[in-house]
Design a protein around this ligand. Structure first.
Ligand code: UD1
Ligand code: CA
Length: 457
């Protein structure tokens, strides 16, 4: 909707969070509450997004410096109507204006699109019927069912309090009406605040049509006021992500024990065991198996790979049919070709391993280029850093690196070379030869172990 502008109210104090971080910057699924709302607004292609903020100094605008949103400060906070009034100077008087809350993170783009579209020639309120409406503004209708007003809990008499249809706070209306009505809000109510909800009564008084729309689920319109509510909504969101994964052909050992903080795209027949955390952009290819308690960030894992428990990935690319872990750590810049094996306590950084290569136990491979069918023995370390600069290690195809070898970079191991166990390689190893740096083994025959001197009594 190109003629749509969105106002996000985010100036509330968030006292119950007991935090120095402004409430709307607290993360849900790795993204701030406000970030979720801004993204929903962006999905509607709004021409302008204005955020009304109040607490935490410039932390909120700074966190959204590149979002394209406009920031307006509201200080002091005199109510939701006053918040919208503060945004009026940056809003056009044409098209439709949609009001969202910065602390209602799970609102769906499809829902607010319905609200905005219903508001081209009417005022539209997103409402929901709750078993316990306590605390919310009530939707008051006349005998014919037309909305007449929204009455806040604190201003409501007993019959009004009995109404279970409540205002979610999300409303939309033609911008021209809003510009008119916001100016004439008054604060002669129980809380001494300027209520945005009073525009509903104004619309009814002059005979403007008022519509209501309902969300698909109650969770969409729930706000975060405490850490407990934040945790509840986090679980709701994660459960939804889990359901979508399963609907797409992924098996989850337990849909209650997966956390996706970003986007996880899986092909079919992926299996994910319990306790895994996915961050940023992660893709997993067909039939891959992710063992328990893995942490996977900005990484692609190709089809058929098997990842065992407690493995960590960050900015890595894992080729098809890999065998990784348990307890492997692939750091940024790791690229594994097809059929690579990386075993327990192996750390790899800024390195490529060619097809069929293996590093099965206790190794550190940094800034290295490793060809095909290379065997890296247990305890092998690339000494890539001299305390100031980093250097490359190159290991060509079919090389065999004996256990407990140190490769002091820059250094190259030629094609098919073998390094004897315990070698400290400081010069290039020629192709096809055995290179070894090791003190010759000797035996001192007849040597006796020392014995303890007798104690003085
Ligand atoms: C508001 C609605 C109520 C609705 C409820 C839904 C009004 C008068 N009442 O009540 O009908 O049922 O939300 O949760 O609108 N905010 C500002 N500046 C302010 C005050 C609030 O930016 O001066 C922001 C808050 O950060 C929050 C939102 O507006 O995101 C709602 O504020 P809140 O105090 O929770 O509103 P309620 O009084 O609960
Ligand atoms: Ca509230």
């Amino acid at each position: 909707m190109t003629d749509l502008q969105v106002v996000i109210l985010a100036a509330g104090k968030g006292t119950r969070m007991k935090s120095t971080l402004p409430k709307v910057l607290h993360p849900l699924a790795g993204k701030s509450l406000l970030g979720h709302v801004v993204d929903a607004a962006k999905a509607l292609s709004a021409s302008r997004i204005a955020v009304v903020y109040g607490h935490g100094g410039e932390a909120v605008p700074q966190a959204f410096a590149t979002s394209g949103a406009t920031f307006v400060i509201q200080e002091p906070q005199l109510g939701t109507g006053d918040a919208v009034r503060k945004a009026l100077p940056v809003l056009a008087a044409s098209g439709v204006t949609l009001v969202l809350y910065g602390d209602v993170p799970l609102i769906r783009a499809s829902t607010i699109r319905k609200v905005a579209e219903a508001a081209r020639d009417a005022l539209c309120v997103l409402t929901v019927v709750l078993d316990d409406p306590t605390g919310y503004g009530r939707i008051v209708r006349d005998a014919a069912g037309a909305v007449k007003a929204i009455v806040e809990e604190k201003d409501a008499d007993a019959p009004t309090k009995a109404i279970r249809e409540i205002n979610t706070g999300i409303i939309a209306l033609p911008s021209a009406w809003m510009h008119d009505w916001i100016q004439s809000l008054r604060n002669d109510n129980a809380q001494g605040e300027y209520y945005l909800t009073d525009v509903i009564g104004m619309a009814a008084a002059v005979g403007r049509p008022i519509r209501t729309v309902n969300p698909d689920t109650e969770w969409e319109v729930m706000g975060v006021n405490s850490r407990s509510q934040l945790a509840q909504l986090e679980r709701v969101h994660q459960r939804e992500v889990a359901e979508n994964l399963m609907a797409g052909g992924v098996t989850l050992a337990d849909p209650e024990r997966i956390d996706v903080r970003g986007t996880l795209a899986c092909e079919r027949d992926v299996f994910i065991d319990v306790g895994c955390v996915f961050e940023g952009n992660v893709t997993i290819g067909e039939g891959a198996v992710i063992g328990p308690y893995c942490v996977v960030k900005n990484t692609s894992i190709a089809a058929g790979s098997k990842i065992q428990a407690y493995s960590h990935f960050e900015d890595a690319k894992v080729g098809p049919d890999a065998r990784i872990g348990p307890y492997a750590r692939l750091r940024p810049g790791t690229e594994l070709d097809e059929d690579v094996h990386v075993g327990n306590f192996v750390e790899i950084k800024a390195s490529r391993l060619g097809k069929g290569s293996k590093a099965n136990h206790l190794a550190y491979l940094g800034d290295s280029e490793i060809g095909r069918n290379v065997n890296v023995g247990a305890g092998t370390i690339t000494c890539n850093y001299d305390g100031a600069n980093k250097y490359k290690t190159i290991i060509e195809d079919d090389a065999f690196i004996g256990s407990d070898t140190q490769l002091v970079a820059p250094v190259r191991v030629g094609k098919g070379a073998t390094l004897g166990a315990g070698t400290t390689l400081t010069k290039d190893a020629p192709a096809g030869e055995l290179t070894i740096s090791r003190a010759k083994q000797t035996t001192l025959s007849g040597w006796k172990r020392p014995v303890k001197a007798p104690k003085n009594s």
